[in-house]
Design a protein around this ligand. Structure first.
Ligand code: ZN
Length: 438
């Protein structure tokens, strides 16, 4: 099955416009470059959760670290005196693109919650040929910026007519380099980002396909890479679960990641075991083949929100967006809507419960704290020594040690007499709804 195909880019024009900074376009692969890295600190009063790419170009990786370091340092300074009940949070996620095997674009989505919520976008653009970071005037010839400004203005006059009379708008839409220097080079279009407080009081974005800038740039139109939807339903396995024998559910959060999710799926398949993957909507598109494989091999996919923010700090509209976007992404790829949600950090309140709309909110009964231990033996022993019928085990398919632990644990648990089933199967076979948030 050839999973990826190319579509006419014109279908995709306009999808992004008006979206929030952290929400990406359905169907388009948006981790084109680099291996995803994750850094998590989960403390009494605050959380730091950074996801970023390692692209193996020293200058670029150093720049990414520098940018992350600036945000982290400023945030840690602020949280040192922060003592609210709600944990403070710094959440940085990314998108990355490659254009004409020459340009790399990395977009960092910064979300900070202390007493207030603050969001911003940072972009890093790099030319592998000249080995330089680039700005918008490096890819547009004379008159190009004026053309971009003109197209952007025309777009917003149609889409936000009431808000285009302000001085703020007039200043921020003017053909000045700094106004248009937060951008990424996607295969089919340049996407510009405007933080809140620039064009409008909210963040927005605008994209231009290269053909509309043909007189001003050498970059040419390529088609965006998208994936083929899942249609292999007939080959999904029929399960043979004995309701009278003990069963437990392994769960893996925050993926998928190409390296570790693949290794875990291999081990599950080898031992005819199932697990549940609580995936992030922001990562789904980047490994549609892994999601389709999960379903095809009898595993379950749960919704772990789009960008892994503490839902309890968000408005109801934002919570819905986090959940529903992810539902749609997963459905788009696998033809199935998840029935279960695991809120990041297990954080929930009434608003979260309402937004779940009948889907089960699931936490866990054994927390391996694999993100902290980073040691396979420790993780395996924690589970083996503690496990009982009906348990739900929390791990993450983000780390080598977790994948290693899963590979050891899967046959070991089966030898101990446990059937490895999905969370929904655990519930269906009447195991007291372990880990369910009531
Ligand atoms: Zn998580």
């Amino acid at each position: 099955m050839n999973l990826y195909k190319y579509v006419c880019p014109f279908f995709l024009i306009g999808i992004l416009v008006g979206c929030q900074s952290g929400i990406a376009e359905q169907g388009i692969i948006h981790h084109e470059v680099g291996e995803a890295q994750n850094e998590l600190q989960y403390e009494d009063h605050y959380i730091v959760n950074l996801t970023y790419p390692k692209v193996n170009i020293e200058t670029v990786d150093t720049e990414i670290q520098k940018v992350l370091g600036i945000y982290k340092e400023a945030y840690l300074q602020k949280v040192s005196s922060y003592r609210e009940e709600e944990k403070a949070e710094l959440n940085i996620s990314y998108q990355s693109y490659q254009k004409e095997s020459r340009y790399l674009s990395i977009k960092l989505n910064v979300f900070e919650h202390l007493l207030d919520t603050h969001e911003e976008v940072r972009t890093i653009n790099y030319d592998q040929k000249s080995e330089q970071f680039i700005h918008i005037d490096d890819i547009l010839e004379k008159g190009g910026l004026a053309q971009v400004s003109k197209l952007a203005k025309a777009h917003f006059l149609v889409n936000a007519p009431d808000e285009c009379n302000s001085n703020q708008f007039k200043i921020a839409i003017a053909p000045v380099k700094n106004n248009f220097d937060t951008f990424v080079l996607r295969k089919d279009a340049i996407v510009f980002y405007f933080p809140s407080g620039t064009l409008f009081d909210y963040a927005t974005s605008f994209e231009i396909t290269y053909d509309k800038l043909a007189d001003f740039t050498n970059l040419s139109q390529e088609e965006a890479t998208v994936f083929v939807p899942y249609d292999d339903v007939l080959n999904e396995p029929v399960k043979n679960i004995d309701p009278n024998k003990p069963m437990v559910a392994l769960t893996f959060d925050d993926g998928p990641t190409r390296k570790y999710t693949g290794a875990i799926l291999d081990a599950l398949q080898e031992h005819q075991a199932s697990a549940t993957f609580f995936i992030l909507g922001s990562r789904a598109n980047n490994a549609p083949d892994l999601l389709q494989r999960m379903v095809l091999e009898g595993n379950e996919i749960g919704n772990h929100t789009f960008s892994h923010k503490q839902l309890t700090t968000l408005s109801k509209v934002s919570i819905e967006e986090e959940i529903n976007q992810t539902q749609e992404f997963i459905h788009n790829i696998t033809n199935k809507y998840p029935n279960i949600i695991r809120p990041p950090y297990g954080s929930k309140n009434d608003a979260v419960m309402q937004c779940a709309q009948g889907k089960k909110l699931v936490t866990w009964t054994i927390d391996t704290q694999d993100w902290k231990h980073r040691n396979a033996e420790t993780i395996v022993n924690m589970v083996i020594n503690d496990i009982e019928d009906g348990d739900i085990i929390l791990m993450h398919d983000l780390y080598a040690s977790s994948a290693e632990a899963a590979i050891i644990m899967i046959p070991k648990l089966q030898d101990m007499g446990f059937q490895l089933v999905t969370v929904s199967e655990l519930y269906a076979y009447g195991k007291n709804e372990a880990g369910k948030i009531m």
